[in-house]
Design a protein around this ligand. Structure first.
Ligand SMILES: Cc1cc2nc3c(=O)[nH]c(=O)nc-3n(C[C@H](O)[C@H](O)[C@H](O)COP(=O)(O)OP(=O)(O)OC[C@H]3O[C@@H](n4cnc5c(N)ncnc54)[C@H](O)[C@@H]3O)c2cc1C
Length: 416
């Protein structure tokens, strides 16, 4: 098959990109180095994401949301953010923003599998797994990809969805300064004594944020993301299960009663980056290949999915007007619509981290008094809840509830 659009990376961003382009008439190819995605089963996977409403509608319009195993998705209705010593707290309920839920927690692997299955049913998309791209070469029109087995593929438009260490970004010579956040993140699945009640909780300790994300099942399992300086995370990772459980329960002020690890623990450095450009002639970057943000507010893939939605919208707009879908102006428009928003979010998260890292008593008093005040202000809380839902900003039409009904693959969209 000839290829119009070649997507390197079949993670959540690349997979969504392919599914969103499936109806455009373009011939799309995805290369991913990982093995074929398999349906999630058994204990929850360690890597999960909180997806917002905009991501939900986008994935639904692409036909992938409907393929997620319902019993492995947890819709959460509440969010609670607390200072580590419990003197400041803000709670949000979905109802404050006129929504049924604030978002959904699901396994990354389940979403990739749903996207893969969606694409496999579409003639226009060819998704190859276990294929590692080793080099990318600019040609007169488009790019040539060289694969580990020595073969090559040409496409007019190359999309880099190959994650933080993007080879596509490097091949295009796009700088992406890396910032060390000063944190490592430790992830694990936990059993909780008290039911999570579909509430996503985050406690800001002196060392960094601890998130307890509600999981599917009997209401007594959460996904833990604990961010702290590297030596602290390495110490926590080395504890035996009983000592780890004790420290975690104490650190969270027994918010959900006693916590017990229900999985192995994994940890890794939290590094942020932002590409100086999202496009070059015949090439665009999306998802973590373009930007990596601190996981503290669970925004990374929500931003990546919006990249895919906006790029697909700009490509479709060009096709509908009879313009070249890979024209520089199309890619520039994509960059204009997304880069500022992602930079804003990255800076906002850094600001958040800074505010919660203040240890001086006066600074803590101001912050915690502010949190208590905010908790009484319904309009401000409503605005923050709408932001969490992903309703603000320059959304692609398919990320809005109305947009979902336009797509032939979302017949049941109204019922969601
Ligand atoms: C602890 C933690 C918690 C998080 N929680 C949330 C959350 O709650 N909500 C949220 O929105 N975000 C969250 N994030 C962020 C989110 O996980 C990332 O933004 C997301 O995984 C990025 O997806 P991606 O598809 O852009 O890249 P990746 O997931 O990195 O996928 C890249 C793909 O490219 C492939 N690839 C790479 N190189 C090549 C090559 N040379 N050839 C072929 N294939 C290649 C890989 O196999 C991979 O499949 C969290 C992140 C962390 C670290």
């Amino acid at each position: 098959m000839e290829t119009d659009v070649l997507i390197i990376g079949g993670g959540m961003a690349g997979g969504a990109m392919a599914a969103l382009l499936a109806d455009t008439g373009l011939r799309v190819r995805v290369f991913d180095g990982a093995p074929e995605p398999a349906a999630a089963e058994g204990e929850p996977g360690l890597r999960v994401s909180a997806l917002n409403e905009a991501s939900h509608w986008l994935l639904r319009s692409a036909g992938a949301w409907q393929r997620l195993p319902e019993e492995r998705v947890c819709a959460y209705t509440d969010m609670a953010v607390r200072d580590g010593d419990g003197t400041g707290e803000v709670d949000f309920q979905a109802g404050e923003a006129g929504a049924d839920q604030l978002g959904w927690i699901l396994e990354n692997a389940a979403l990739v599998c749903a996207l893969y299955e969606t694409c496999r049913e579409r003639d226009a998309v060819h998704w190859e797994t276990g294929v590692r791209v080793t080099a990318l070469v600019r040609e007169e029109q488009g790019w040539r990809a060289e694969l580990a087995d020595g073969s090559t593929r040409h496409a007019r438009l190359l999309i880099g969805a190959d994650g933080a260490h993007s080879r596509v970004r490097d091949a295009a010579g796009i700088p992406a300064p890396v910032r060390d956040s000063g944190h490592y993140a430790l992830v694990a699945t936990l059993n909780t004594e008290r039911a999570h009640g579909r509430c996503a909780r985050q406690a800001f300790l002196d060392s960094g944020p601890v998130a307890l994300l509600p999981l599917f099942g009997d209401g007594h399992q959460c996904s833990l993301v604990w961010s702290a300086p590297p030596d602290e995370i390495e110490r926590l990772a080395a504890l035996d299960d009983a000592a780890f459980a004790r420290e975690l329960t104490t650190a969270t002020g027994a918010w959900l009663g006693e916590l017990q690890p229900a999985s192995a623990r994994a940890h890794f450095p939290v590094r942020e980056l932002h590409a100086s450009d999202y496009s070059r002639p015949g090439l665009a970057l999306i998802g973590d290949a373009a930007h990596v943000v601190h996981p503290l507010a669970g925004q990374g893939i929500n931003l990546g999915l919006l990249d895919a939605g906006v790029l697909a919208e700009e490509i479709e707009r060009a096709l509908n007007r009879g313009f070249a879908f890979d024209h520089e102006s199309v890619l520039r428009r994509y960059q204009r619509r997304r880069r500022g928003h992602n930079a804003f979010m990255q800076n906002a998260l850094r600001g958040f981290q800074f505010v919660f890292e203040q240890r001086a008593p006066a600074a803590r008093w101001v912050r915690n008094t502010g949190m208590r005040g905010l908790n009484q202000l319904a309009p401000v809380k409503g605005a923050l809840a709408r932001q969490a839902l992903g309703r603000d900003g320059d959304l692609p039409a398919r990320a809005r509830p109305r947009g979902a009904t336009r797509n032939a693959h979302s017949d049941d969209a109204e019922g969601a």
